[in-house]
Design a protein around this ligand. Sequence first.
Ligand code: ZN
Length: 376
Amino acid sequence: MRALSARGSLSAAQIARLTGLAKSTVSMALAELRRADVVIEIGSDAAGSVGRPATTLSLNPEAGTCIGLLIGQSEIQVIVADVAHNVLTDTSLNLERDYDPEHAIRLIRELISDAYAEQWRSQAGLLGVGIAVGGPVSNSSGEVMRGGIPRWTGINLQEVFGPIFDAPVFIDNESNCSAIAEMTWGAAQGFDDFVVFTLDLGVGGAIVSGGKVLRGIAGGGGEFGHVVLDPDGPLCRCGNHGCLEVYASFIEPLDEARRHFGQPGLRISDVVQMALDGDELCRGLIKDAGYAGGRGLGLIGSVFNPPLIVVSGRLAPAGDILMGPLSEAFERYSLVKSGDVGEETRTILRPSQFTDNGGCMGAVGLVLRNHGGPLH
Ligand SMILES: [Zn+2]
C-alpha cells in the first residue's frame, strides 16, 4: 500500500521490485486488498511486454484524500488530491509580499473547507497535510527560519496546523517539495540521485540521494543561491556578499524589462513569452541569467557530479534560450567535462516539468510518500 501510495500506479512486478518482497507474497497481499476494495485495477500495460500484459493497480481513489499547502513569498495555494494521485482541486491566492500570517491561516482554512464542499467529500478520510514553505524551515520542529517570509519567521507550523487537522502534518521548504514533485510525476522520474537547481527571483535548489531529499541538520541543505562566489561582491539579502543569487537572480533583469517596456506589472512569464517570440532584449536577459546560473551550477557539479540536474523556476519554460548558456557555463566550470566521459556517465541537464505548482504538488507528494511511514 505504501508503494502504491508513493508511486500512484504500479504493476505487481514493480511492487515486488520496489519493496523487495517475494512475488508470491505480493500477489497474495494484492488479492486480499482487491477483495477489500482498497486496491483497484486501472488498466493493462501491454506496451513492450511479452505474453500476458501486466495489470496496473492503484489505491482506490475513494480510500482517502490528502492536502498540499503552499505558503509562498506572496501567495498561498491549496491542492486536494486523492490517494490514487488524482488532483481534485487546485486553488491559489496572490497576497501582498510579507503578508500577515494570521489572516493567511484563516484564508487557508476557508480554501480547504471550500475545496471539500465543492467535491462533496468529507475530510474524514484525510491521510495527511503537506506544507511547502517558501523559505528555510526546521524539519525537526516545523519552525520557519530566518531568510524566508519575514513575518512568518519563528512561527511553528506544526503547532499552528497540527491541532486544525485530524491527520499528520508534514513540512518542508518549497525547493525540497519541488524535488519530490519532479521525482514523483516530473522530469526526475526514474532517478534516485539528482539535483534541482531553481532560477527565479531567488536562486535555490534541492539535493536528492537514494530517493531521499537531503535536508541538512537544520533544514538548510541545498541552498545553492547562497554559495559565496566573491566575498567582495554585492550585498545579498542573506547578509553575506557575492552570493550566487546576487548574480543569477532575475530581480534586476525583470526590473530592466519593466523599465524598457514601461510596464511595471510585467511578470517573469511575460519576459519568457516575449523571448520565445523573438524579442532580443528578453532573450539577452534570460541568456545572461542562464550563464550566471550555470557558473554557480558548475561548482555544484564539481561537488556532486550528479546523473541529473533539473532546472526549475519560472525561467525554465524558456527552454533552449536558458538551457544553452546554462549548459555552456556548467560545462566550462565543472570539473568533469562531458567529452571526458562516456554517454552513460554524462550529467543530464533538463528543464523541470513543473513550473508553477511544483512546490504545492510536492507537498501532496510529501503526504503520499510518508503518511504510512516512508518506503525506504
Ligand atoms: Zn546570500
